[in-house]
Write a protein that binds this ligand. Structure first.
Ligand SMILES: O=C(O)CCC(=O)C(=O)O
Ligand SMILES: [Fe+2]
Length: 351
C-alpha cells in the first residue's frame, strides 16, 4: 500500500477499501460537517469583469466592493483566462493523481519535516497532535520566476509543466488586476494593496480529496482563512468547498468551467484595517467521487512587514491590527494551526 518509510497518503488509505477512517482523521464533534441539504439558499456573488473593459470599470469596482464587504469571496467570469487553460490545469492535476503510480508520485514527495515545501504531500501542519485532513496535494512554487523550477513538478502527463507555468503567469496578472479593483473600491490608489504586499510570492496547490468512507466524521481541509493576500481557486464539478457567511457554512457550487473563485486572505484584511475580512472556508468530503481543486496563493515575501494602510487611518479610525512580519505570521500559522482565524485574531488591537 505504501512505499516503506514514506508518509501515508490519503489516496492509499482510500484505495485500501476501509469502511472506517483511521482515528487520526476523525474530527471532534464540534468540527464535523453537517451533511444535510440545509445549506442556506444563498449563493456567492458572481462578478463579470468584462475582459477589463474600461467602460465597465465603475460597475465592476462597485460589485467587487459589495462582495468583499459581504462575503470576502466571489466568483469572477469574463476574467480573460481561457476556458481551455482552466480545463487543462484541472486535467493535468487529475491525471497526475489518478494515473501516476504511487512509486512515481513519491519521487516528488515534499520534505515531511518542514511546512510549505514544494511537492507531493498530505500533512499541512507541523504539529503531530492535530486531526488530519482527508487530502493529498501537490504544492508548486511558481513566482517570482527565481523560485520557479518546473523540473521539481510532475513529468507526467507530458504537458503538466508547461500548463502549470502558463497558469501561474495568467493567474499572477489576474490577482494583480483584482487587487487594484479592491483597492479602488475602498477609495484607495489602485496600487495601494499591491505596493503593501510587494512582489508576489505565488504558490499553486493542487488538492486531491479521495472518496471517504465516513464523510460525516471527516474534513477534506479544516476550516481556515488563507494567510497571504488573495487566492484564486478553481474546482471540478464534484463540489465540497464551503465558505462561512454570518456564522453559517454555505456551499460554493461549482459553476461552469470558466468561473474562478476569489478568496480574500488575511494580509488583505490587515492592510484594509479590517474593512474587508478574509474568507473562512473548508472542504468537506464525500463517499463516492474524488474531488480536485487548484488554489493559487499570492503572498508577500517573508521579510515584508504588513500593517494597515495609512490612508485608512485617522483619529476616528485607529489601526485595528498590529503590524506583522509576514514570515512570522506564516511560522505561527503552521505551528499553531489555523483554527478558524486565530492567527489574525491574535494581531487585533484593543479598541
Ligand atoms: O479544495 C478547496 O476547495 C479549498 C482549498 C483551500 O482552501 C486551500 O488550499 O487553501
Ligand atoms: Fe484555503
Amino acid at each position: 500500500m505504501e512505499v516503506a518509510g514514506e508518509p501515508i497518503r490519503v489516496q492509499s488509505i482510500a484505495q485500501a477499501g476501509l469502511t472506517q477512517v483511521p482515528l487520526q482523521y476523525v474530527q471532534p464533534p464540534q468540527h464535523r460537517p453537517i451533511h444535510s441539504s440545509s445549506s442556506p439558499p444563498i449563493t456567492i456573488p458572481v462578478i463579470d469583469l468584462f475582459g477589463s473593459d474600461p467602460a465597465q470599470r465603475d460597475l465592476v469596482r462597485a460589485a467587487i466592493g459589495r462582495a468583499c464587504n459581504d462575503w470576502g469571496a466571489f466568483h469572477v467570469i469574463g476574467h480573460g483566462i481561457s476556458t481551455d487553460l482552466l480545463r487543462r490545469v484541472k486535467r493535468v492535476g487529475l491525471t497526475f493523481f489518478n494515473d501516476c503510480p504511487v512509486a512515481d508520485k513519491v519521487r516528488y514527495a515534499c520534505d515531511p519535516t518542514s511546512s510549505a515545501t514544494e511537492g507531493y504531500g498530505s500533512r499541512m501542519l507541523e504539529r503531530d497532535d492535530t486531526v488530519l485532513d482527508w487530502r493529498d496535494y501537490f504544492d508548486h512554487h511558481t513566482l517570482p520566476l527565481s523560485r520557479r523550477n518546473p523540473s521539481r513538478w510532475p513529468h507526467f502527463p507530458a504537458d503538466y509543466r508547461s500548463t502549470m507555468a502558463e497558469y501561474s503567469d495568467r493567474t499572477g496578472s489576474l490577482a494583480s488586476e483584482l487587487l487594484e479593483l479592491i483597492s479602488e473600491s475602498l477609495g484607495l490608489p489602485s496600487r495601494c494593496i499591491e505596493d503593501a504586499v510587494g512582489e508576489f510570492y505565488q504558490n499553486i496547490t493542487i488538492s486531491y480529496y479521495p472518496p471517504c468512507p465516513q464523510p460525516e466524521l471527516t474534513l477534506g481541509l479544516q476550516e481556515h482563512s488563507d494567510m497571504g493576500a488573495i487566492t484564486l481557486l478553481v474546482q471540478d464539478e464534484v463540489g465540497g468547498l464551503e465558505v462561512l457567511k454570518d456564522g453559517q457554512w454555505v456551499k460554493v457550487q461549482p459553476l461552469d468551467d470558466d468561473a474562478i473563485l476569489v478568496l480574500l486572505a488575511d494580509q488583505t484584511e490587515i492592510i484594509t484595517n479590517g474593512k474587508y475580512k478574509s474568507a473562512q472556508h473548508r472542504a468537506i468530503t464525500n463517499a463516492h467521487r474524488a474531488r480536485l481543486s487548484v488554489a493559487t496563493f499570492h503572498d508577500p515575501a517573508k521579510a515584508v512587514k504588513i500593517s494597515p494602510a495609512s490612508q485608512l487611518l485617522s483619529k476616528s479610525s485607529p489601526p485595528r491590527f498590529r503590524g506583522v512580519v509576514y514570515g512570522d505570521y506564516v511560522s505561527s500559522w503552521y505551528t499553531k494551526g489555523p483554527e478558524g482565524k486565530r492567527n489574525i485574531d491574535a494581531l487585533l488591537l484593543e479598541s
